[in-house]
Structures are given as structure tokens and as C-alpha cells.
Design a protein around this ligand. Sequence first.
Ligand SMILES: O=C(O)CCC(=O)C(=O)O
Ligand SMILES: [Fe+2]
Length: 313
Amino acid sequence: MSTIQIPVIDFSAFLDPASSDDAKLETAQELDEACRSVGFFYLSNHGIDASMFAEMLSNAKEFFTTASSEEKDEIKVKPSGEGSGDDSRGYRIVERADAGYEALDFLRELDTEGPPYTKGLGRNQWPKTPANLQSVAEDYASRLVALGVAIMKAFALALGVSEDVFASRVDQSFWQLRMAAYPGVSGEVDSSKSGLYQHSDFGILTFLLTDEHKGSLKVLAPNGEDWMSADPIPGTLICNIGDMLSVWTDGIYKSTQHKVIHASKDMRVSIPFFFDPNWDARIEPVLGNADVKSKAEGVNYKDIFTGAIKYPY
Ligand SMILES: O=C(O)CCC(=O)C(=O)O
Ligand SMILES: [Fe+2]
């Protein structure tokens, strides 16, 4: 068993304009320590209302439990060259040897020519019901982008780098919002029935909101052997570092492997929000620390994105 725990970090110092520089530095250092050791943390006092979390979860649950197959089909993800343009985002079902779930995917829409669109830049296809799913989700996305930008300030403070190095590359974050439903399972537990293969996220920071199910999300412990359950803590967001932030910090911040194995007989709803760099951002190691400098000399985010996302999944 691993004794490392996923820490809970109170972010209020960065949201309250009256807080002192010392209070901010203390919070920044707690975040920094969590990113170096575990790569996962819970964030409390992040400024997002519990009622918004509840609405996001109940809208997702309503869609996955009530939408007809025709409604799902109408908004299904379209691979390059089909329908409303390349890689239109929306509904998809994953049935693989190592993953099983349904999802709605929405991304930041860039102001580009189309259809057809350049790969990765298709349009979002929103469900018609629940009627407010789109408006609540768009509001949620804009709040999480602001939270992501605020956390990048904290990282800059802790790392001693100029705020602008991060800010100028995330101010138009190419975010992705996923509403996922892992089906209830009876009998043998198997990630092909309900789960998601082991992976790291490729962006900067992931903010995860889930329903009350415990034991489904597993996080690889720093010893590289044990799996820890990242169970939901009401009112908090489960946050983890993605590959881009690891590259950016010369590998000092950990982009930790995780997976989902859902074992309950009831469906699990989870809503990851991927806070990613701007579409055109180039990410290069910023610390200049020769000892731990990552092998990567830098990456263009859009190349990473287009390599990682291949519809259909
Ligand atoms: O559903 C979860 O708990 C995590 C999902 C996840 O890791 C992902 O979509 O990248
Ligand atoms: Fe993930």
C-alpha cells in the first residue's frame, strides 16, 4: 500500500483580492508540492457554485438516461469529411477491448473557415434536451477557463517564472469538456464493459467533476506500482497535471497515469474539463534546469492535439 495521499488545496487566497502576498505564496507552494509529488490534487474554495456542479451532473445524467438512439445519432461525432465538417464534436460510444463508456465532447470553437474544417476544428453539436445543457455547460467552461488561468498564476509564482510565459499561451485555452457515462455493471468487473484504459492526459490541467460513486477512478501512486482511488469529495474538483505542463516544467510536475474501472451496478457520470494551451501555442521547457530538463525541446500544442484525437475513437 502506498501512504501518499492526494492533498486537498484551498484556493481562496487567489480568488480573494484582499488576501496577502504571503497567503498567496503559501497556496502556490502547496500546489507546487502536489504537482511535483502526486500530480493530482483536490481543489476547494475554487469559486464555483455547488448548484452549478449539481446542474452539470444532472443534465449529463438526464441526457444519457433519456436520449433516444435517434437523438444520439443526430449529434454523433463525425470523422473527417463527413456531414457538418471534419471532426464535428458531440456524442460517441466507446466499445473497445480496454474501454467502455458513452460521451458527449465539446471543445472551444475557433473562428475558422469551414466546412470542411481543418482536423480538430469542427463545430460542437449540442443535444436539444435537456434544454439548458448547452447554456450551463458553456457557462461552466468559461468559469473553468478563468480558474485555469488563475492556477497558472499560482504555478508561475511558485516556480519563479514570469506570469506572462504561461498567460500568453493559455489566454485562448483550447479547452475540451466531456460528459461521460460509464454503464452500470453486474457480474465480472471489466474495463471493456465500463471503464477507461490507463493513460495520462495530454493538456495542461484537468478538472474532474464526478457523481458520488467511489472506487472508479484509480491513480498510479508515485512508487509506480500501487493504485490509489481518487474518490469524489463533495464541493471539490479533482485536478491533475497533463503532459503539456510536464513538458513546460522540464518534467518536474508529474503527468500521472490514471484509469477508470467502474464496478457499480449503477451508471457513473463523470465530467472532465481539459484546460489546454491556446491552439497555436508552442510549449518549451521554462525552468532551464539542466539536471532534469525533459528530452523534449518543445512541442506545438496543435500537433499534440491532432495526434491524440482520432475520431472515431
Ligand atoms: O472519469 C474519470 O474519472 C476520469 C476520466 C479520464 O481520465 C479522462 O477522460 O481523461
Ligand atoms: Fe484522464
